[in-house]
Structures are given as structure tokens and as C-alpha cells.
Design a protein around this ligand. Structure first.
Ligand SMILES: [Zn+2]
Length: 182
């Protein structure tokens, strides 16, 4: 079943704006139908290690996917895997937050609470990676079929003037996505 989510592409240089939009559109079938807006923001001032993160508001039916500096160091396969991993958190966050609330309000022992919170974090990450692995579009050998990307290690995102765009996407079903091997 297809649905419509508004995709906002923020602060990317024109050269890769459309490439990012294309990558997100490729996985649009994976977005939940309650999500009305997906904001994708290029953070040019993040640390070297960080690759991407996502913040989700169920109340406002929005998600903010932040692309960080380390993302541009990855090859296209890894970039796609990271992006789908972050999108997977749209599904895992609600339970993650709920469990966090229970731990915080019910576990009085500081040591035990720290252990449980760390355990919760690990499970959340593992679940997102598992979902991402299952969803990523692959060939018969299990290798991601990446969109031919302009992303390179020259940090194009750092050097050029940035711009924003908004598009409305009417998302096709998974079978209609480009790159699905027949
Ligand atoms: Zn994660």
C-alpha cells in the first residue's frame, strides 16, 4: 500500500541534493504510513566519527535524519546501509523509549539501571541493523546494489554552497523500486 510523505532535503550542495533525494526515495516504501514529513539534514559541523543519526517525533509525525561528517568517508554500499539503519530506528524508537521510561521509573539501583540502559541501547542498535539488512535492496549474492552515487571521499558536502529543497513523493511499492533484481 503506497502513501505520501513529504521529504525535505536540507543544506546539501546542489551537486548531491538530487542524489540524496533519490537514495531516500529508493527506501520510501519502508517509511510508516503515519510519517508525514521526513527531513534530511546535512550537518557540516559534526565530528569525524559520527555518520548519521535520526530523531523521531510521533506527536508531530515527523523524523529528522541528520547526515554527519563521517558519512562521506564511507563507500556507497556502507552509505546506503547507514541510511537504512537510521530509517529503521523509526520503527525501533518507540519501544526503546518506552523501555527506558520503565527502567528509569522502576529500577532504583544505580548500577542495575546503568546495565539495563546499556543493554537496551545494544538491543535497539542490533534490531535496527537487522531490519536494515533485511530491507536493503540486494542482488542474489547478498551484495547491496547501490544507486550510482556522486558521493566521494573529497567531501563535496563540505566544500560547496548548500541549498534546500522540498519534494512530495508518492511512494511506489517495493517491487517497483529501481535496482530490484528480477
Ligand atoms: Zn542506530
Amino acid at each position: 500500500m503506497s502513501h505520501i510523505t513529504k521529504i525535505h532535503i536540507w543544506n546539501f550542495p546542489k551537486e548531491i541534493q538530487e542524489e540524496i533525494a533519490r537514495l531516500v526515495r529508493r527506501y520510501a516504501f519502508y517509511l510508516p504510513n503515519w510519517l508525514h514529513e521526513l527531513h534530511v539534514y546535512n550537518d557540516q559541523f559534526s565530528s569525524e566519527n559520527a555518520k548519521a543519526c535520526i530523531k523521531i517525533s510521533h506527536e508531530y509525525q515527523q523524523a529528522l535524519l541528520v547526515i554527519k561528517d563521517g558519512f562521506w568517508e564511507q563507500d556507497p554500499y556502507e552509505q546506503e546501509q547507514y541510511l537504512v539503519h537510521e530509517l529503521s530506528h523509526i520503527y525501533t524508537t518507540e519501544v526503546h523509549d518506552f523501555v527506558g521510561d520503565i527502567i528509569s521509573s522502576c529500577v532504583k539501583d544505580d548500577g542495575l539501571r546503568t546495565v539495563l540502559i546499556e543493554q537496551r541501547r545494544k538491543i535497539n542498535e542490533r534490531l535496527a541493523s537487522t531490519l536494515a539488512w533485511a530491507i536493503t535492496i540486494r542482488d542474489k549474492e547478498g551484495k547491496i546494489i547501490p544507486i550510482e552515487f556522486l558521493f566521494h571521499k573529497n567531501r563535496i558536502a563540505q566544500k560547496n554552497e548548500c541549498d534546500s529543497k522540498i519534494e512530495l513523493a508518492d511512494f511506489p511499492d517495493r517491487e517497483q523500486q529501481e535496482g530490484i533484481p528480477s
